[in-house]
Design a protein around this ligand. Structure first.
Ligand code: HEM
Length: 122
């Protein structure tokens, strides 16, 4: 069973002798992986003690890397500290009502344009 580890606990492991990081709500101890990391020791040290999901994903790690990381997992964040997924797309209904206002504004502009044109012609 996976151990529950808090963000505060992870933060303490932010130096070369002990490098922990959070990736997708799981906690990894990569201290013994520093020398072997193909992306270099520095990149891992930069993420030491931190939430590193975004950095990890930005690199586009392979399936092999994702398989390998299981070896370094030491625990999971408590549920109340779980990071939410990145911003969800807007619900269709919101987008729809935005579109309605754009159309109304456009129609309003056309009407005003026509009225002004008529006044100028008169
Ligand atoms: C448990 C955590 C991690 C594991 C097991 C891991 C493993 C690996 C592996 C196996 C590679 C070789 C390329 C691949 O197979 O994708 C790699 C490359 C790399 N990793 Fe990680 N990595 C971890 C975390 C991180 C983090 C937090 C960063 C921060 C930015 C990072 C940055 C990089 C970079 C820059 C490369 C080189 C990419 C390239 O040269 O194309 N890695 N990593």
């Amino acid at each position: 069973m996976s151990r529950i580890i808090t963000t505060a606990e992870v933060k303490k492991h932010n130096h070369k002798d002990s490098v922990w990081m959070i990736i997708h709500n799981d906690v990894y101890d990569v201290t013994n992986f520093l020398d072997e990391h193909p992306g270099g020791e520095e990149t891992l040290l930069d993420s030491a003690g931190k939430e590193a999901s975004q950095d990890f994903e930005d690199v586009g790690h392979s399936e092999d890397a994702r398989e390998l990381m299981k070896k370094y997992k030491i625990g999971t964040l408590p549920a109340e500290e779980h990071n939410q997924a990145p911003t969800q797309p807007l619900p269709a209904v919101v987008t729809c009502s935005n579109l309605k206002w754009y159309i109304l504004a456009l129609l309003g502009a056309i009407v005003i344009g026509v009225v002004i044109k008529k006044k100028l012609a008169a």
